[in-house]
Ligand binder design. Structure first.
Ligand SMILES: NC(=O)c1ccc[n+]([C@@H]2O[C@H](COP(=O)([O-])OP(=O)(O)OC[C@H]3O[C@@H](n4cnc5c(N)ncnc54)[C@H](O)[C@@H]3O)[C@@H](O)[C@H]2O)c1
Length: 453
């Protein structure tokens, strides 16, 4: 152990990250920036090829910095797990989705653990970062690794440290978001803390892997439930004819005891809609029904239907039906200013409207192409209605002619409030706008044209 600590402190430890996605790539870059030689192992050959050419595919990773790190040899990417033989530390950042039945799919963690077991050696530190239910590290990963004959806390070291990255957040990045760490043994915690504090500003050690696993689930469950409450309040305000946005903003002026959460078209991304269900699934196996989680999930998953009802009512008032209407969805990424469409409510809204016979298109400056039922669909170019100076993945967007006039759509739905969109220009041209994010709060227009959630 002391040998590994020394190597970490001297930054001569060979650091690796498995799974170079939204979480793993920024982490690998952060370790490399702090002076470690970093190896990223990724099964997707296309990603590895891009990285080898110094190209970034994650918005939060600065392409120039990545290119420099690759050129200097500070960061390398490969599909070859045999490289783990030479690695002193391994951080696992593979996906933890849900199965169709809404049960946790931990097959990625298991498959990576089996690979690591093949190359596990003395004085190696393994850290699981993928979000998962409490018990995964010590019930699943640990026994698998100890099948190698090596003993945790003596020969190798194992910890859980949840990734808390908020994609698109320019203030809180991998480096300045405090890192929670819980080891299987105190030595495991000590080593993982030693490693991460070299690259991350603040590291918080906990007593166990289970506590660390639970912290992440508490954080995301807190968000899912509060967003669920905001969504229910939106439905209540709708019935009462009250502007929910005005109510939340006013409540948020209270300097204590209230924290604003906002309604929207539904949850999206790889975390908030999924992680709480990891917890409720685990609790079911212990004969406990996590009711707050189930209820919030029910309300949040109903929101795309609420949006479609709003669209239907708005069209109806204009003596139009959904069937046959031309509808443009603005923003298909699950949140503002990112290119991630996983679990995005826009996909549900699009599908429900199509099933009702609408002709639906989308425009998203961050998502040029979308796979819908294995068919590629292209984003409608509305750069004429975008801010000319907005930088999307480092490229300057220029306004082009209004070849795609918004006036030809029966309804525009703002699903993702990207900063690139010029909401005043959009509202000026559109005949009807359903705004699910209060993106038009500062727009001057006849109120009848804008329908809010
Ligand atoms: N995206 C977020 O905002 C976020 C935030 C916090 C935590 N997390 C958690 O972090 C984990 C990773 O999420 P992500 O968003 O980076 O996912 P991602 O899909 O963007 O990245 C995962 C990467 O792992 C690769 N991979 C899959 N199987 C592999 C294997 N066997 N060996 C090597 N590579 C493999 C995939 O090809 C992919 O590139 C998940 O558990 C997620 O819940 C995500």
């Amino acid at each position: 152990m002391s040998r590994l600590i020394e190597k970490i402190n001297r930054k001569s430890a060979k650091v690796s990250v498995i799974g170079l996605g939204y979480v793993g790539l920024p982490l690998a870059v952060e370790f490399a920036r702090s002076g470690f030689a970093v190896t990223g192992i990724e099964v997707d050959n296309a990603k590895v090829k891009k990285l080898q050419k110094g190209q970034s595919y994650v918005d939060d990773v600065d392409p120039k910095e990545l290119e420099d790190l690759i050129k200097k040899g500070q960061l390398q990417a490969s599909t070859d797990f045999r490289l783990l033989n030479e690695m002193d530390t391994v951080s696992i950042c593979v996906p933890t989705p849900l199965r169709k039945t809404k049960d946790p799919d931990i097959s990625y963690i298991l498959s990576v653990t089996r690979e690591i077991k093949k190359y596990l050696h003395k004085d190696q530190l393994i850290v699981l970062e993928s979000t998962t239910y409490p018990g995964t590290t010590d019930e699943l990963v640990l026994p698998e690794l100890e099948e190698s004959g090596l003993k945790v806390g003596r020969d190798f070291f194992l910890a859980f440290s949840p990734e808390r990255v908020d994609p698109g957040n320019k203030v809180y990045t991998t480096r300045n978001t405090p890192k929670i760490i819980g080891g299987v043994t105190p030595k495991c915690t000590q080593l993982a803390v030693a490693l991460y504090q070299q690259a991350i500003e603040k590291v918080i050690p906990l007593s166990s892997t289970r506590s660390a696993e639970m912290v992440k689930l508490l954080e995301n469950t807190f968000r899912a439930i509060n967003i669920g409450l905001a969504n229910e309040v939106a439905i209540i305000c709708d019935r009462l004819g009250i502007d929910v946005w005005e109510v939340i903003e006013a409540a948020a002026t209270k300097p204590f005891g209230f924290m604003p959460f906002y309604p929207g078209p539904g949850l999206g991304g790889h975390c908030i809609p999924i992680d709480p269900l990891y917890l409720s699934w685990k609790l079911k196996s212990l004969n406990y029904n996590a009711r707050f989680i189930e209820l919030a999930s029910e309300i949040n998953t109903s929101m795309p239907y609420h949006v479609v009802n709003k669209v239907t009512d708005a069209l109806n008032r204009a003596k139009k039906s959904v069937n046959g209407s031309k509808i443009l969805i603005l923003g298909v990424a699950y949140k503002k200013d990112v290119n991630d469409v996983r679990e995005s409510p826009a996909l549900d809204i699009l599908k429900i409207l199509q099933e009702k016979g609408a002709q639906v298109s989308y425009s998203d400056p961050h998502v040029p192409e979308l796979m819908l039922d294995t068919k590629p669909v292209t984003s409608v170019d509305i750069s004429a209605y975008c801010h000319p100076t907005t930088s999307v993945r480092g490229q300057r967007q220029e306004r082009t002619g209004r070849q795609n006039s918004l006036a030809r759509y029966d309804c525009i739905i703002i699903v993702t409030d990207h900063s690139a969109f010029d909401y005043q220009a959009i509202v000026n041209e559109a005949t009807l706008v359903v705004d699910t994010r209060n993106a038009t709060r500062n727009v001057k227009s006849s109120l009848a044209k804008i329908i809010k959630l």
